[in-house]
Ligand binder design. Structure first.
Ligand code: DMJ
Length: 653
């Protein structure tokens, strides 16, 4: 159908004006110049809208221009180069920069601004052409056809919804498998015993204050002594309770665990009319409930986990099956963060559902959860990856990448973690996940990992081919990840990955050590003459994050190098000196200040992760052995599914 078919007013009986060209004659009678001006205005409006759409497209697909400069101007050197290769002294920085640029040109990629620009232009052209093609196709459709398409789409979504709901009339009985390594012996060494007891006391302080001032609410405000609610959970309540369950269990705080369980039984309600973050609710609530079930065998946790999993299914009702970031739990309507590149979903969000969803299928006997996350993988595997890297943004409607930003920190981090852990959790049978993980890590090493002038290894961020020499606190989890994956590394690479983990741990320790409070900033930089230091005011805060303790925990377990216990204890002292207040533990606004400026939030992940990892560092290895347990991204425990049990049981209807 030609465009004119949609615009009957274009043709005049005289065949003049725009109508002669577009309408092909025979159209409705036009009464005069005023009407003609109206049609002209309409056409102009259409053209103008198309133009604006294209401009917006260009903005979304162009890399951040301020970062173009930083990528070109700042030096970096490959992390694999030995530290001694790095010159010190005043001339070193400029030479390094020149070497860096030459090397990037040889590689023909990430740092070459011309190639990157060319690349970006080609991508913009391609995107514009696609947008134009799609617009033309839509314009060529009859209104009835468009309406039919909409109805079909609606029907498909409704069918999907029905299908997702249908099988959940009840849970099949399962035999609870007693958990391995949950009864902990007291450490033999008295000094270690004392330290572990201190960490348990910290947990009591955090829990009792939450209980006293914010019971049943999501988080505690330890300074103002009240509840703190975050929009991440909509109006689901009790984030701290669900997040803390397994820490209470392994610390043998039995009474507290029982009161938490009763709260879940009586109050945890998912019938809420509010928008939640699918990722956050999954890692904290689904993960926390699954973990509590696997540790205690209490049916209520399995029931609640599956009930919540079902509520999350409508998030996957997108054309590609890549889930929305945000979901209204009542209406089942999803959307993405408004700031995310052109309506994209976020890699670290949709990529951090796999472990929990595989267990939901395992515990419910229903394959639907596993199908949803396996489809994410299928979509990812079909896409071409720039330089082998995974961009942080993926559009759920087109199934195409958004902005080419890559990060092992915020927006990307736990996607990589879940690839590795999917393989481990499958009892090493999920070879696809293993391949995806090691391929991704190889690309990350080539394009993102660098060594500073003084020899600190760091993981930079990649924006449209250019590097930003900044590492987030979140990125510090990667030390533990590299070490955990070392065992399955390609031949001859195991030691290398263990060392890489150790180097990242050292860099993150430096980021703590170079502050006044001895707690790390949100992000630290390796440019403008600084190393492992935050230079921007809005990156100097510490919100009780766990990633550095997480890496120390894996490094301790895998190497038993005493420095990890020493570093962990430094952090305990810093938390006690600067974050502990009468009403619990608070985050800090600036870790470089001489006096505490509190943010007045006790994050639920402080109880779920930070204190749990610290406790494990001062426990024997037979408490939650790594051969039997996987920690989800919120440090919740999921057992490895033994080979013979890994198949999802399909329930007879
Ligand atoms: C936690 O909620 C999880 O570890 C998540 O994967 C990243 N951010 C926080 C802690 O910093």
């Amino acid at each position: 159908m030609p465009v004119g078919g949609l615009l009957p007013l274009f043709s005049s009986p005289a065949g003049g004006g725009l109508g002669g060209g577009l309408g092909g004659g025979g159209g409705r009678k036009v009464s005069g110049p005023a009407a003609l001006r109206l049609t002209e205005k309409f056409v102009l409006l259409l053209v103008f809208s198309a133009f604006i759409t294209l401009c917006f497209g260009a903005i979304f697909f162009l890399p951040d221009s301020s970062k173009l400069l930083s990528g070109v101007l700042f030096h970096s050197s490959p992390a694999l180069q030995p530290a001694s290769d790095h010159k010190s002294g005043p001339g070193a920085r400029a030479e390094d920069a020149a070497e860096g640029r030459a090397r990037r040109r040889e590689e023909g990629a990430p740092g070459d601004p011309e190639a990157a620009l060319e690349d970006n232009l080609a991508r913009i052209r391609e995107n514009h052409e696609r947008a134009l093609r799609e617009a033309k196709e839509t314009l060529q459709k009859l209104p009835e056809e468009i309406q039919r398409d909409i109805l079909l789409e609606k029907k498909k979504v409704a069918q999907d919804q029905l299908r997702d709901k249908a099988p959940f009339r009840g849970l099949p009985p399962v035999d609870f498998v007693p958990p391995i390594g949950v009864e902990s012996r007291e450490p033999a060494d008295a000094a270690i015993r004392e330290k572990r007891a201190k960490i348990k006391e910290m947990m009591k302080h955090a829990w009792n204050n939450y209980k006293g001032y914010a019971w049943g609410l999501n988080e505690l405000k330890p300074i103002s002594k009240g509840g703190h609610s975050s929009s991440l959970f909509g109006n689901i309540k009790g984030a701290t309770i669900v997040d803390a369950l397994d820490t209470l269990f392994i610390m043998e705080m039995k009474n507290e665990f029982e009161e938490a369980k009763s709260w879940v039984e009586e109050n945890l309600d998912f019938n809420v009319n509010a928008e939640i973050s699918v990722f956050e609710v999954n890692i904290r609530f689904v993960g926390g409930l699954l973990s509590a079930y696997y540790l205690s065998g209490e049916e209520i946790f399995r029931k609640k986990a599956v009930e919540l999993g079902v509520k999350l299914l409508p998030a996957f009702h997108t054309p590609s099956g890549i889930p929305w970031a945000l979901l209204n739990m009542k209406s089942g309507i999803g959307r993405n963060w408004p700031w995310a590149s052109g309506g994209s979903s976020i890699l670290a969000e949709f990529g951090t559902l796999h472990l929990e969803f595989m267990h939901l299928s395992h515990l419910s006997g229903n394959p639907i959860f596993a199908e949803k996350v396996m489809n994410i993988r299928t979509v990812l595997n079909k896409l071409e990856k720039p330089q082998g890297l995974y961009p942080n943004y993926l559009n759920p409607s087109s199934g195409q990448w958004g902005q080419h930003h890559v990060s092992v920190g915020g927006l990307g981090d736990s996607f990589y973690e879940y690839l590795l852990k999917a393989w481990l959790m499958s009892d090493k049978t999920d070879l696809e996940a293993k391949k995806m993980y090691f391929d991704a890590v190889q690309a990350i090493e080539t394009h993102l990992i660098r060594k500073s002038s003084s020899g600190l290894t760091y993981i930079a961020e990649w924006k449209g081919g250019l590097l930003e020499h900044k590492m987030g606190h979140l990125t510090c989890f990667a030390g533990g990840m590299f070490a955990l994956g070392a065992d399955g590394a390609p031949e001859g690479m195991a030691q290398h990955y263990l060392e890489l983990g150790a180097e990242i741990a050292r860099t993150c320790h430096e980021s703590y050590n170079r502050t006044f409070m001895k707690l790390g900033p949100e992000a630290f930089r390796f440019d403008g003459g600084v190393e492992a230091i935050a230079t921007r005011q809005n990156e100097k805060y510490y919100i009780l994050r766990p990633e550095v303790m997480e890496t120390y925990m894996y490094m301790w377990r895998l190497t038993h190098d005493p420095k990890y216990r020493k570093w962990a204890w430094e952090a305990v002292e810093a938390l006690e000196n600067h974050c502990r207040v009468n009403g619990g533990y608070s985050g800090l606004r600036d870790v470089y200040l001489l006096h505490e400026s509190y943010d007045d939030v006790q994050q639920s992940f402080f109880l779920a992760e930070t204190l749990k990892y610290l406790y494990l560092i001062f426990s024997d290895d037979d408490l939650l052995p790594l051969e039997h347990w996987i920690f989800n991204s919120e440090a919740h425990l999921l057992p490895i599914l033994p080979k013979e049990k890994k198949e999802v049981e399909i329930r007879e209807e």
